[in-house]
Design a binder for this molecule. Sequence first.
Ligand code: SF4
Length: 266
Amino acid sequence: MLDPYNRHITYLRISVTDRCNLRCRYCMPEEGVDLMAHEDILRFEEIEQLVKLSVDNGVTKIRLTGGEPLVRKGIVELVEMIARIPGVEDLSMTTNGILLDKYASDLKKAGLKRVNISLDTMDAEKYNYITRGGDINKVFKGIDVAQKVGLEPVKINCVVRNSSDEPDALAVKEFCEANNLSIRYIHQMNLEDGTFSKVDGGDGGNCASCNRLRLTADGSFKPCLFNELGYNIKEFGQEKAFQMAIKNKPLAGTRNKSGRFNQIGG
Ligand code: SF4
């Protein structure tokens, strides 16, 4: 489906939960965040219907995000439900990798094609600091199992402050080259003041050719990450919420004062 600027919208990023098992400093404030009420979170059947609706309107690529998607109970079942929808050509997930070693094999069997895993440093102490308590060894194990079960490609999302020449980014790059992993550099973003840039090694942040919509865990179609617009299916109904998100997609991102990464899924 074309948006008002003749961009083909073929990609839907679905946040399946706003919860996470980490507290990354550039995503979650120290004091934590108010989480969505359980009853507001979309049920699997609703997500399945919304994917079918999106596919009927030209979407072919689905990415599952969060919060952390692997903390959503029954996530393997959801992957299976989405993977069997005709027209879903690409089904991927963005994860922090902490639980990946446990789920990778079942996710692959359920129809997941590939994963992006967050890793900003090779230093265990720094990782623990950035994530407020994460164990980097669990991520390494997750990467290893993901490759072994054939999730392909396994990409590494490396958040950088200013450039990919930062020592941590160079160390992650070396690790990726040694382990047949592709790396993408994501410059730290700030929703409130509208700081964002193109993903280095990916296609995010390129407004002129933006092909994506987002669906929040509580059912809002968001035309743009750096914009406050959102159309909730409970208010507008599924079809109308989708159509309004496309029709009102902005030419480019500006800022999003009310949004949170853990609710929208980056
Ligand atoms: S800021 Fe908005 S328009 Fe630009 S690439 Fe991101 S989602 Fe697309």
